[in-house]
Ligand binder design. Structure first.
Ligand code: NAD
Ligand code: 2YH
Length: 259
């Protein structure tokens, strides 16, 4: 399980603003609009309690502060509890939190304690990055490439299939590739015989996962994967529209999904 680092989260507001500009350029919508279209909800200053969690590898510097900045950016009335863990949860509810945000090393959840809805970061991240890719205004076809079919990639691939895209996929884990083929009808990408795509969704924890042979000029690469799936050199060479941000877009998807 890849954990975020404090470095990933430096200047989260600027990272989110830059990602929002690319999303607008690619889809004509900002991140809030995409979330609203996806879930049919919009925030009404709901109170969000952010609870630091010490278990496992412990508190990640900048994590709770970044969630605070992100929730404010999307129009929530949020606060970080002074206490972590169970005491923090108690403090959040005592102080009127309607939605709890908290993460350990394995699960990052949003729980709306008013309506009972709960969201997990991994599928919510996959779904929104895939949705952004699916809305590329200059896409040249309904073909889309999904690299990585794990906990984030599989739900993203499912979203694209459900929207009527022809989804090509690749994962070096043969079991995961087979599941995507049998459950979703994904077409396995033959690495020995690649084709070019104008729309790519990537969700792996590895760098340089996108071979040059699949890139077309001005294609969209929508990727939550950390580190980045493409080198700066290739990004520039193909003028790739890169949607990549470490925490905010996925968190927005979680929050809108529980409203
Ligand atoms: P996962 O381990 O469940 O899945 C990753 C998959 O990538 C694996 O199945 C692996 O076999 C595959 N893979 C590895 N190398 C590959 C390659 N060269 N080509 C194609 N597939 C390859 O991980 P996950 O939970 O799905 O997370 C994926 C990435 O997304 C991680 O880097 C994680 O940190 C990141 N993430 C980011 C956000 C965000 O908000 N930006 C949110 C959640 C997860
Ligand atoms: O980064 C993570 C894990 N990768 C789980 C998220 C799933 N994409 N967890 C964050 C841990 C935060 C820490 N416990 C804190 O500061 O509260």
């Amino acid at each position: 399980m890849a954990l975020l680092t404090p470095n990933d989260l430096i200047n989260i507001n600027r990272q989110l603003q830059e990602a929002d500009s690319v999303v607008q350029k690619v889809t004509g919508l900002d991140i809030k609009d995409v979330c609203q279209a996806l879930y049919g909800t919009s925030p009404l200053s709901e109170k969000v309690g952010i609870v630091p969690v010490t278990s496992g590898n412990g508190i990640i510097g900048n994590f709770s502060a970044s969630l605070h900045a992100i929730t404010q950016y999307f129009g929530f009335d949020s606060f970080v509890t002074d206490m972590p863990d169970v005491s923090g949860y108690y403090e959040a509810v005592q102080n009127g939190a309607e939605i709890i945000l908290m993460a350990d090393d394995h699960t990052f959840l949003a729980h709306n304690i008013k309506n009972g809805k709960m969201a997990n970061n991994q599928p919510c991240t996959g779904v929104i990055y895939a949705e952004i890719a699916s809305r590329y205004l200059k896409a040249d076809s309904k073909d889309v490439l999904v690299m990585g079919l794990g906990k984030v990639g599989f739900p993203g691939a499912a979203q694209l299939v459900q929207k009527g895209f022809r989804v090509y996929g690749y994962d070096p884990d043969a079991r995961l590739l087979k599941r995507a083929v049998s459950d979703l009808g994904v077409i396995p990408l033959d690495p020995a015989n690649p084709k070019k795509f104008s729309t790519i969704f990537e969700a792996t924890p590895c760098a340089n996962t996108i071979p040059e042979a699949v890139l077309s000029e001005n294609c969209v690469l929508s990727t939550p994967g950390i580190p980045c799936a493409i080198s700066e050199e290739l990004r520039k060479k193909y003028d790739v529209q890169l949607v990549a941000e470490p925490l905010g877009i996925g968190t927005a998807s979680m929050l809108y999904s529980v409203l």
